[in-house]
Ligand binder design. Structure first.
Ligand code: HEC
Length: 162
């Protein structure tokens, strides 16, 4: 009796599993459906900008804690996020390109020289351009703080403890 019951449960689970397999578009969908779905889930500005905001804070605090290589890495990642944005949201491409023209230009020297004062000028230069793009994209209400109050990375946490 008990054995029979277990057997039935097993059959039920296997059937549920195969039904799930059959309806999984990633495995059984046409290439057209797969492509459609992939295009739909490509990250847009709202997702990418959340990451930009985190890296913005981390960039500021990396420099403040004199973690210059980590600061340089944040700039590179921000640039890469914007390149992704140009691909996933073509309507944002021209304003993104405009930003990339010169927004990051002052960082390499400041980071190479490891100078906080020089870095703050580079940071402010970039911040203004971030907000210009927000204006150009009708999101002028998204205003960035000149001095983010803290970073958001374990790498920066460690520095605070030491
Ligand atoms: C293409 C122009 C563009 C550039 C360049 C840009 N942004 Fe944005 N940003 C947007 C748009 C558009 C939104 C609104 C996203 C949405 O809802 O689609 C946004 C939203 C944001 C948000 C709000 C995220 C949230 O929901 O809490 C933050 C933070 C942000 N951006 C940070 C930055 C930072 C930092 C920079 C510069 C390093 C930057 N952005 C550069 C276009 C831009």
């Amino acid at each position: 009796m008990n054995k029979q019951f277990l057997y039935l449960v097993m059959i039920f689970i296997m059937q549920a599993w195969s039904t799930a397999q059959a309806s999984d578009w990633r495995k059984t969908g046409s290439n057209e459906l797969k492509l459609d779905n992939v295009v739909k889930v490509m990250p847009g500005a709202s997702t990418i900008m959340l990451q930009m905001g985190e890296r913005y804070k981390n960039l500021y605090w990396a420099a403040k804690q004199e973690k210059w290589t980590f600061a340089e890495y944040q700039v590179e990642e921000m640039e890469s996020l914007l390149i992704t944005l140009m691909i996933t949201r073509p309507k944002r491409a021209s304003t993104t390109k405009h930003f990339l023209n010169d927004a990051f230009d002052l960082f390499p020297a400041a980071i190479k020289n490891k100078r906080w004062q020089q870095f703050t000028v580079a940071f402010e230069h970039m911040r203004k351009r971030c907000m210009t793009c927000h204006e150009q994209n009708k999101h002028e209400f998204i205003v960035l703080p000149a001095k983010p109050s803290r970073g958001n990375s374990l790498v920066l946490d460690a520095a605070l403890v030491n």
